[in-house]
Design a binder for this molecule. Structure first.
Ligand code: C5P
Length: 215
């Protein structure tokens, strides 16, 4: 993903019409569009190809299965036109290796969740976040997902993965995180959903976040 605005849209609307309208309105401000279960379960995987015409698509399926199932999921997602996939890491190195291998075959990206951004994210994830981050680096992932709601954790994760891996960071706006703070803490991109797609003017909301980050 090319870094221009440091902003990724989390497009968690559930219907095609809204998804395409919002994506069109904000496409000049975002470096990528993240789609997940809400939109794909609502409209089918075909929406990925339509959105990919506007910006590279990150498929946030938080893949968490045995290596063979992970491989099949990644193949489907990349064949559908996604530029990147988000996987979990807690399923272990062999599962992650399977995703990285498919991504290499397709020349696509893999991001690994190290710690979730919501309050419950500290319950089980925090004790293993550093280990997962290290595993992501060892496995050759493109980057990790770390919480904008806790910039100090982004700083910790950055120390572990060094400068070679990217950090994409959700939790700005609706979940309380600040875009500027988390970029200063070492994130490469912020991921923003509700603050943009629920706004009366998604383009203005996206532009404001870009201006705040001055990335
Ligand atoms: O609406 P909001 O800006 O809170 O959206 C954040 C997006 O990032 C959602 O799509 C959510 O599923 C995703 N996400 C997250 N925390 C993680 C990983 C992904 O909030 N650790």
């Amino acid at each position: 993903m090319e870094k221009k605005n440091c902003l990724i849209l989390a497009l968690d609307v559930t219907d095609r019409e809204n998804a395409l309208r919002i994506a069109n309105e904000v496409s000049e401000y975002v470096d990528s569009i993240k789609v997940g279960y809400p939109l794909v379960l609502g409209e089918g995987l075909g929406i990925v190809k339509e959105l990919a015409e506007l910006a590279p698509v990150i498929a946030d399926f938080k893949v968490a299965d045995i290596p063979n199932t992970d491989r099949l999921i990644c193949e489907h997602v990349f064949n559908a036109g996604a530029d990147a996939i988000i996987t979990h890491g807690f399923t272990g190195r062999d599962s992650l290796d399977s995703c990285v291998k498919v991504a290499e075959e397709y020349d696509r990206d893999v991001y690994v969740v190290t710690e979730m951004s919501h309050p419950g994210g500290v319950e089980f994830f925090r004790p293993v976040a550093e280990t997962i981050a290290q595993m992501a680096a060892d496995a050759g992932a493109t980057g990790v997902v770390a919480p904008a709601t806790r910039p100090e954790r982004v700083r910790d994760i950055r120390k572990i993965i060094g400068d070679d891996l990217h950090i994409i960071s959700p939790g700005v706006g609706a979940q309380g995180g600040s875009a500027a703070d988390v970029i200063n803490a070492g994130a490469d991109w912020v991921i923003v959903g509700r603050s943009i797609y629920n706004s009366d003017s998604p383009a203005d909301a996206a532009m404001r976040i870009c201006n705040e980050m001055k990335c």
